[in-house]
Design a protein around this ligand. Structure first.
Ligand code: S3P
Length: 435
């Protein structure tokens, strides 16, 4: 558990950890490349280590990560081997869904599973189109739930319109498309994060985009990567909100990924009246990055929905924390996907934040939040329910509560941001970790 005492001042400089989505993709695409890939700034967290373990079990030779440095000796597109044991994706939806795409292209048998949370998450959205491409897939509830087993190979390209905006499903199909005969086209009605497309292009894959349709041709070879992973805006988001809602705050966040398919949180916070400055915008390994400076702000409620949602889906829990202390009402719509993330983030976030005196009303596809108008929340004992983003969102809420708060089941924070408690402490927060 974490015990947090709200600090009188919140001040300092943070370098957020490497982007989780990009780190997963670098490990997978590096393992499929012909030659050695060099990755800097790789996120060392439980989720990305699950991907590395799976890629090793499939035959990739990997050194590191050591201080974010990773060396991957790729085996080439035809070089993976049948794993000797069940692959374990842990808590990571990205590991499981992207790997399903890769495994569908392999002429061998494999089984993949995950922890209790992942074994409850919907996989039919990936397994059904992969079956259409020709992969054999079995799983609980007709291929809906893990453990899943596959025998792949001999895929044929398809044209597929995504029924839900999902970068994981899109990426799985594009990766499978590398092994298919004929083109694979994925049509995304609403754009989602495009890191897979960017990285495959950098590796020389025959991938093109026309409006909302992305097409990939079967390939024989990918070039190795030389990549510096930018800071994760989804991790930075906790400090962006902390800086806005704390009455005496100034925080600098260095080297944050500003990819437009990820930066929706900045637009919404600005609309709410946040004092955020973006500095030193530059390019790093095909992604736009910059430094952010946030200071105490008088936030107003906001209404959000539609095509903005996939661009900030993982930041909604902490945005609800911001809304809880803003002036006026916030309405978040079109975010039903939050019910099938690492936990049911709609019901559980409302349950826990309301223990701190917030007024959060869960809706089928989002939230209605009545803001306190700057009045502090109250310290309480709350539970992450094993969901890293709920754990960190509750920690941010506790920075503006009267009295101490205890966040139970906080170990899950290591899924994406193991240094989060240490970074909080660097800003002057009294944080105690316990069992
Ligand atoms: C991710 C895509 C999103 C996001 C997840 C990471 C990715 O999931 O919520 O944390 O790396 O592609 P969906 O594809 O389910 O929307």
């Amino acid at each position: 558990m974490l015990v947090i005492k709200p600090p009188p001042v919140l001040e300092g400089i943070i370098k957020p950890p490497g982007d989780k989505s990009i780190s997963h993709r670098a490990a997978i695409i590096g393992a499929l490349a012909s030659g050695t890939s060099y990755i800097e700034g790789f996120l060392e967290s439980a989720d990305t280590l699950s991907t590395l373990k799976c890629m090793k079990a499939l035959g990739a030779e990997i050194e590191g990560p050591q201080e974010g440095r990773l060396v991957i000796k790729g085996q080439g597109l035809q070089g993976l081997r049948e794993p000797e044991d069940v692959l374990d994706a842990g808590n990571a939806g990205t590991t499981m869904r992207l790997l399903l795409g890769v495994l569908a292209g392999q002429p061998f048998y494999s089984v993949i599973t995950g922890d209790q949370s992942l074994r409850r998450r919907p996989m039919g959205r990936v397994t059904r189109p992969l079956q259409q491409m020709g992969a054999q897939v079995w799983g609980r509830q007709d291929g809906e739930l893990p453990p899943l087993s596959l025998r792949g190979g001999r895929l044929k390209g398809i044209q597929y319109t995504l029924p839900v905006a999902s970068a994981q499903v899109k990426s799985a199909l594009l990766l499978a498309g590398l092994f298919a005969s004929g083109p694979t086209t994925v049509i995304e009605p609403i754009p989602s994060r495009d890191h897979t497309e960017r990285m495959l292009k950098a590796a020389g894959a025959p991938i093109t985009r026309q409006d909302n349709a992305i097409t990939i041709e079967g390939a024989c070879r990918l070039c190795p990567l030389s990549l510096e992973v930018p800071g994760d805006i989804s991790s930075a988001a906790f400090f962006l909100v902390a800086g806005c809602i704390h009455p005496r705050a100034r925080i600098q966040l260095l080297g944050v990924n500003l990819n437009p398919t990820r930066a929706g949180i900045l637009e919404v916070l600005e609309k709410m009246g946040a004092e955020i400055k973006i500095k030193n915008i530059r390019e790093s390994s095909g992604e736009e990055i910059g430094d952010l400076e946030v200071s105490s702000s008088a936030l107003e409620g906001v209404e959000i929905g539609g095509s903005l949602i996939p661009r900030l889906i993982d930041e909604i829990p902490v945005l609800v924390v911001a809304a809880s202390v803003a002036r006026g009402r916030t309405v978040i719509r079109d975010a039903a996907e939050l019910r099938v993330k690492e936990s049911n983030r709609i019901d559980l976030l409302a349950l826990e934040l309301n223990k701190m005196g917030a007024q959060v009303y869960p809706q089928p596809d989002g939230f209605i939040v009545e803001g306190s108008g700057g009045e502090p929340l109250k310290g309480a004992e709350v539970d992450s329910h094993g969901d890293h983003r709920l754990g960190m969102a509750l920690a941010v809420a506790s920075l503006v509560a009267r009295g101490e708060s205890t966040i139970l089941n906080s170990r899950c924070i290591g899924v994406s941001y193991p240094a989060f408690p240490r970074d909080l402490a660097r800003l002057g927060v009294e944080v105690r970790e316990g069992n």
